[in-house]
Design a protein around this ligand. Structure first.
Ligand SMILES: [Zn+2]
Length: 83
């Protein structure tokens, strides 16, 4: 597949965007990399519109659930208080 000229542009095309951010500061389609760069998720950007049907979010939710399950299973009974 030939993407004539500049691929890796500043912003992704709708096709590979996983979200759209309505923030005035970085409005546009968001790819995974851009979301990370802008910290939309970290900052809990209220303008971020997730495309929930994208695999990325499903993977993310799964990872989160896995982590939670793991945390619950190896219960931290050995919490030593560090002064
Ligand atoms: Zn944002």
């Amino acid at each position: 597949m030939q993407k004539n000229g500049k691929f890796m542009g500043k912003q992704p095309k709708k096709d590979n965007a996983i979200a759209y951010c309505h923030s005035k500061q970085h409005q546009g389609f968001m790819s995974e990399n851009i979301i990370k760069a802008h910290g939309c998720l970290r900052k809990n950007c209220p303008y971020l519109e997730k495309y929930e049907n994208m695999q990325y979010w499903k993977d993310r939710a799964k990872k989160k659930a896995d982590k939670k399950a793991r945390k619950n299973s190896d219960s931290p009974k050995m919490t030593t208080s560090v002064a």
